[in-house]
Structures are given as C-alpha cells and as structure tokens.
Ligand binder design. Structure first.
Ligand SMILES: Nc1ncnc2c1ncn2[C@@H]1O[C@H](COP(=O)(O)OP(=O)(O)OP(=O)(O)O)[C@@H](O)[C@H]1O
Length: 795
C-alpha cells in the first residue's frame, strides 16, 4: 500500500513537474479534452501547472486524480480514445518508420502531439463501438473542434468567431496530426468504414417554393427526417425517422470541414500501404459533386506536403494521378479524350486498367488542372429522374508510388492510394422503368454497382474472406481497395426539402445498412432487446420512440431521460407537447397534427420501410415493385397501403416531382404497424434484414442483372466482331490489290487470278454474313429485353 502511494505521488509529481515550451499549448488542449470527457474538475489544477498528456494514465492510479469508479471509467475510456493505455503504458519515443532517421525532432514534438489528439478526439480516433454505444451517447465527448456546435443547426446566431477559431486550431493541428499518425501507426485505430452524412442547404428554387426543411441535425451524429404524411381521412401528420452515423454534417459545414472529418485522417495511412476509398452517395442534386470535387485537391495538398518530408523524399515516394469514369459498364479515361479502357486481371489477380493514363504530379496546381479537365469530360445528360444527372461513376485516384530507376512499372511500386468516387445519382433506378433502352440499361447498371458496392463494404468490414467484388465493374475496378489494408469513407449526401423526402430516406437507409449491418457498425443492434427499449425506427440505434411495445415498458422508457431523448427535445423545440405524444404512443393511436407544427408522429418507421428503400433504391423500376410487393407478404396488414406508398416510378422530372410532393403526397403511413407486438416486429425485422433481401436478391434481381450483363457482353462482342471484320476486310483488300497488280503483269496466269479472286470474295462474304447474323441476334435480344422490361412495369 505504501509503495502504491509512493508510486501515486511520483505520478502526481511527474504530472506537475512537467513543463517546457510545449506545455502551454498542451495545457489548453488538455483542459479541453478533460472537459469534453466530463472530467473538467481534474483539468483545472493541471491547466495551471502544465501537464504532459502522456502522463494522463497516471491519473488512474490509486489515490490520485480520478477517485470514483465512474470517474475512472470515464477517464479510462477517454484515454482509450486518445490511444493512451489506461494501464499506464510507459511513454516511449515515437518509432520512426523505415528510412525515417532523418526526421527532425520537431516533427514529433509534444506540442504537435497535443494538437493531434484534440483533432481526432471524437471522430477520428474513436472506434465505431464508442460512437454508437449507449454510453457514448449518454455521455458524449464534446464535438471535435472541427465540427459545428451542437446547437448550431437550430440557432441563427451561430458564433462565427468561434467557428473561425476552431478552424484555425484545426488547421494548426493538421500538420501535427499527420506527422503523428504516420509514424506511430495510430491510424490503425481509425474505423475501417466511416459513414458520414452531409445535408445541403435548401436551394433558391426550394426556398422560393417555400418548401420545408425536413431534416434536423443534432449532436453532429444524429439526424431526424420529418416525413410529411397524410392519413386516410386526409389529416396531415409527420412521421419522424431518426438515424445515427459516425458524423452528420449540417448545411453550415464547409467543404474544408468535410475534408477534415472524412479524408484528412486517412491520408497518412496511404503512406503505409493502405488503399483508401472515399465515395459520395445520394440522389441527384444532393451535393455529391459539390462535396467530392474539392476533396482530391485538398488531399493532394496534404500528400504533397508529406512527400516533402525527408522520410518520404529519401524513399523516393511520388504522387500519381489518374481519372476515369464508368459509364454503362464501360471504362473511359477522363484525362485522355475519354478513350475507352479495358480492365484486365493479371496472374496475381491484380486489376489493371489497360491504357489508363497516369500522371506524376508534384504541384497542386497541376492536380487542379487535371481535376478540372476530367470533370469537364464527365458524362452528364438527361434522365427520367433528373435532367442534368451524372450518368457515370467518376473515379479519381491518387497513388503514392516508390520510384525505382529501371523499374518496368510505370512510376514504380504502389505504396498506397486513395480513390475518390463521385457516384451517379442513386435515384437512377427510376431510369429502369422508363426512358429509352440505353438509359434503362445505364440505370440498371448503376443500381447493380451501388448494390455491389454496399455488399463489398459490408464484407470488408466483416473481414470476410470472400469479397463479392465481381458484382459490378465499379467494384471490380476497386478490387484492390477491398483487400488488405483498406479504409472506406462513405459520404451520404441528402437534400433537405420535403419534395426529396423519399430519396433522402432511401439514401439514409442505404448508409444505415452499410454501417449497421457490419460487425463494427452498430453493436447496439444486437443488444437491442436487452439494453435498449424496443425500437423499430429506421436506425436501429437511434430511435427515441419504440415502434411497438407493451404500453408499460414504453411508459417506463419515457419516464427516463434516455440518450436519444436528444431527438425528442429537438422536436419539442419546434413546439409541441411531448406528453401528449407519449400518451398517444401508449395507446397506439395515430397522431393527428398538422405538419406545420413539426410534431412527432414518431411511431411508424418499420423494417418494411427499410427494406423497401433498399430494394427500391438498389433495383428500382420493374424489379422494385415486384420485390416490394413480395416484401409485403410479411406485412399482410399493410399490403395495400404500402403499395400506395411506393408507386411505380414514372418519368417525372425533378421540378414536377418537387412540386407534386410539396403538396404532400397522398400516402398513407403505416400507422397501425405499432399494433404488432414488439417481439413479432423484431422477429419480422430480423427475418427481413437477414434473409429477405438476400433471398430476393438471389431470386429476383440476378436474372435481371443477368439480362443486363448478357446484353452488355453481347454488345461488347458485336463491337469487337465489327472491328475484327474491318481488319479482315482491309487485309482482303490488300490481297485484292496484290492480285490486280499480278494480273496486270505480262504473262500472268488468268486461271490463278480467277481462283484466288473467288477465294478472296468468299472470305469477304463469309465475314459480312457472320457479322450480319451477330447483329440480327443482338437486335433480337434488345427487342426481347424491351418487351420483358415493359411486361415487368405495370403502367
Ligand atoms: N453543401 C452545399 N452548400 C451549398 N450548395 C450546395 C451544397 N451541396 C450542393 N450544393 C449545390 O446544389 C447543386 C447540386 O449539387 P451537385 O451538383 O453537387 O449535386 P449531385 O449530387 O452531384 O448531382 P448529380 O448526381 O446530378 O451529379 C449545385 O448547384 C451545388 O452548388
């Protein structure tokens, strides 16, 4: 015991003795850290005396610092998030990466370490479990200094000064954070998959139409969508859908902040043999391009800065850039006059894109020029869902290569890379039901790739051995990003207007499935029946109001202030009486308010919703309506209503659609779903989640995908055959010219000429007939597909 006390005293002395030039900056950061962990009372003495955060673990020691079990727990968790061992792991100087002997001392200074930690506190260093665990919600750390304040989404008087200060802190911390991470390997603590949602502001058109903003962001990681609905008696009400993600960025968040939250933390990892992928997903016009376009440039800036570090300069690391698109299942080089590219697998199953131009870049200005050039070459066009939709997936890759003199590999061996993917609008499923054949095929291809991407991400996060990357061209191309060391950031972009509600929910459900079905994504999902009051909300982790529970248990739940009551408070701030809501919920009576009061119907989300979104979104059109009606077999009560909710998609342009929906679509909520028992709901939900989609996917979509694949393959074969036929014809023409030249010679044998000419002409004719037959087969196939797809779509 005495020894223990001595040790504690020594720890205390060490804590307070520490001083030096770095300590001032470190103190402020430390105080902020401790405050964010609810341990501000421990911060005050430290702030005035100077503390080295490396000695923080000593606070856990007996007799010093944290006294109560709760404090210790908090501190322990806090330390874990700082990557400091709660077991007082001794501080050891940072290991230098290979060849890093030349790194300057300042590179690893304590000051920099302090700032690094502050920046990573809740978004980067935290693992998924922390972010999603109940405890983390009830006692959240403060938002990262990079993130907007909690209340910003609801207050007009946002403190821009604070924001600017935070931003400059963030800027200052970047250098240190990257330095720190690259040498310590702490980035391995970054989640393999991070799902971030970004809400764009209402645009001018939406404002002029007086459209409501139906998306509320709170606490930087939650959001609620207030879906306007009409009951059978035409009374308007609002159904609230709540979601929780690693980060939710509201409309005030700048592109710089988006970068800091999403890509910045993974940049150092690509110097350590990691393949990173960042992609934006969402309906057309939701801000994918707006979000994605600045990211590669910022990433390139940081990469170039790091490349100048002696440790990498000495190893001859260089940055290479390529930019291509996948359009209708084919690859085109955006930096080389949209030249068609071929994808090949080598003997080691490495995917290489034959003919793709790569450019070594050492100057960020050149990177900018390439990005602009590539963007200008992207395919855009008019579709059933949007007149100016991106019709392609654009992929910009930044690769770090180690230059080797005499290496046959262009640029040398790949060390790591980051791919930025601006996906085609997710609503392109609408194109499968209407439009011309080309647009339908494109839409089906896009749906297929979005589904395949999700499947790969899930497999990746579950450390599955088999990654289904062959599901689409997109995932095949990204194959090496799905194996080995990889990091994925998904940015789901959403529009806030009521007219986009359905698409917004689809996008959020896609994101939710990517995250929540993965191993690390949402541990609360598994714990649901035991640790949380039942919920049938969209997000398995976020609902404040159970979908259908026994009245008593529900009442108990509402008596306590549970973490997700944040959402409830938020809604209340729009003005309504939550008690009334509680009572109503207890009786399972559908609410009866008008939308303008922003009241919370709160009961009606369901697994059906979720599956419907998944299916509608991923398959769209003909398949979706069929799948969806099958889904209803599990929900017989709702069958009729739900079909109304998800009408067959028609060709409606964005304006028409917004117009239509802003008049509140005459949809009926599944308000009687709550009358089902909770267990029944859970059972159905889990059945639906685990089996239904895959079963449907197998039975319904694969034939459809198969058709599309077959058509694309035949198309490819026809084009190759045509090309081959031209080459043969040219060869034959050359032979004919030779024959003519010979026959003109004095003493030539006419018999020879006749025989050879006959042979040559037969070959010519055979080539043409074969090409014609292939063409006729393909035409027939297209007709068949058209008839089939029309049969599938009830009009
Ligand atoms: N966060 C934002 N802040 C301000 N304006 C935004 C934001 N997000 C998007 N916008 C604006 O909204 C419009 C549509 O955005 P954008 O083109 O990025 O959508 P998209 O999702 O890429 O669409 P598509 O799938 O058709 O390519 C643009 O004019 C863009 O400037």
């Amino acid at each position: 015991m005495g020894g223990q006390m001595q040790q504690s005293n020594a720890a205390a002395a060490a804590l307070y003795d520490h001083s030096g030039p770095a300590s001032d900056a470190g103190d402020a950061v430390m105080a902020r850290w401790l405050q964010s962990a609810g341990l501000q009372h421990l911060a005050s003495p430290l702030a005035s005396t100077g503390i080295d955060h490396r000695l923080l673990p000593n606070l856990l020691m007996q007799g010093y610092g944290a006294q109560s079990a709760e404090e210790k727990q908090k501190l322990h968790r806090f330390l874990r998030n700082l990557n400091l061992s709660g077991e007082s792991e001794p501080y050891t100087p940072l290991a230098q990466s290979s060849g890093g002997a030349a790194a300057a001392d300042s590179f690893y200074s304590t000051e920099l370490r302090g700032d690094f930690g502050a920046g990573l506190l809740d978004l980067h260093a935290m693992d998924d479990t922390e972010l999603l665990s109940e405890h983390a919600i009830s006692e959240p750390f403060d938002a990262s200094p990079f993130m907007p304040s909690v209340t910003r989404g609801f207050e007009n008087d946002f403190d821009t000064v604070t924001s600017r200060q935070q931003r400059s802190q963030a800027d200052a911390s970047f250098k240190s954070s990257t330095n720190e991470k690259e040498t310590t390997g702490k980035e391995s603590n970054l989640a393999k998959i991070k799902v971030v949602v970004r809400k764009r502001p209402l645009n001018r058109k939406e404002v002029s139409r007086k459209e409501d903003d139906i998306v509320t962001v709170f606490d930087n990681s939650y959001l609620a969508v207030h879906e306007p609905k009409l009951k059978v008696d035409l009374t308007a009400y609002v159904e609230k859908h709540e979601f929780c993600f690693d980060a939710v960025l509201d409309e005030h968040v700048t592109n710089d902040e988006v970068y800091r939250v999403t890509v910045e933390p993974i940049i150092p990892t690509i110097f350590q043999r990691t393949k990173a992928t960042c992609f934006a997903y969402g309906q057309t016009g939701s801000g994918k391009t707006y979000t994605m376009q600045p990211l590669p440039l910022k990433a390139a800036e940081d990469i170039v800065r790091l490349l100048h570090q002696p440790v990498y300069r000495n190893q001859k690391f260089r940055l290479w850039l390529s930019f291509f698109e996948i359009y209708g299942g084919k690859l085109y080089d955006l930096l080389s006059e949209r030249r068609k590219l071929c994808m090949r697998e080598d003997g080691r199953q490495q995917v290489c894109i034959v003919g793709l131009q790569e450019f070594e870049v050492s100057d960020v200005h050149i990177v900018k020029e390439y990005i602009e050039k590539g963007n200008a070459a992207r395919s855009t066009g008019s579709t059933g869902a949007n007149e100016e939709s991106s019709r392609s997936h654009a992929i910009l890759q930044l690769a770090i290569k180690q230059h080797r003199d005499g290496s046959e590999l262009k640029g040398g061996k790949i060390i790591g890379k980051i791919s930025f993917i601006d996906l085609a609008g997710s609503e392109r499923g609408a194109d499968t039901t209407d439009n011309d054949r080309q647009t339908r095929i494109e839409g089906a291809e896009i749906n297929k790739s979005l589904l395949a991407l999700k499947e790969c991400i899930r497999a990746l996060d579950n450390d599955q051995i088999h990654i289904p990357f062959r599901g689409s061209k997109l995932t095949e191309v990204l194959r090496d990003s799905f194996v080995g060391n990889s990091r994925t950031v998904m940015i789901s972009c959403i529009s806030p207007n009521a007219g986009s509600c359905e698409h917004t929910l689809n996008t959020l459900r896609y994101a939710d499935r990517v995250k929540s079905l993965s191993k690390s994504g949402n541990p609360r999902k598994d714990q649901l029946p035991n640790t949380l009051p039942p919920t049938g909300k969209d997000s398995s982790s976020t609902s404040s109001i159970p979908l259908a529970v026994e009245p008593d248990s529900y009442y108990d739940y509402n008596q306590e202030e549970k973490p997700m009551d944040i959402g409830r408070r938020t809604v209340e701030s729009f003005s309504y009486n939550s008690n009334a809501d509680v009572d109503r919920n207890r009786q399972s009576v559908p609410p009866n308010y008008s939308f303008s009061s922003r009241e919370d119907g709160g009961l009606n989300s369901s697994a059906v919703d979720r599956e419907r979104a998944d299916i509608t979104e991923t398959y769209g059109g003909p398949t979706s309506s069929k799948l969806y009606s099958s889904a209803l077999e599990s929900y017989p009560i709702e069958e009729e209503k739900v079909q109304k909710v998800s009408p067959t998609r028609r060709k409606v342009n964005r304006d028409e659609k917004a117009e239509k929906q802003s008049n509140w679509p005459r949809k009926e909520g599944r308000s009687d779903l709550p009358t089902m028992g909770y267990k029944q709901q859970q059972q159905q939900q889990s059945d639906t989640n685990s089996n239904y989609v895959s079963r449907q996917y197998e039975s319904e979509t694969q034939p459809h995908d198969g058709e599309i694949n077959a058509i694309l393959e035949e198309e490819e074969a026809l084009i190759s055959a045509h090309r081959k036929e031209i080459e043969d014809t040219m060869e034959i023409v050359r032979e004919e010219m030779k024959l003519l030249a010979e026959v003109d010679q004095p003493g030539s044998l006419i018999d020879n000429y006749v025989t050879q000419l006959s042979f040559v002409l037969s070959r010519k004719a055979a080539g043409l007939v074969s090409l014609q037959a292939r063409l006729a087969r393909f035409q027939h196939r297209l007709k068949e597909q058209e008839i089939l797809s029309r049969k599938k779509v009830p009009r």
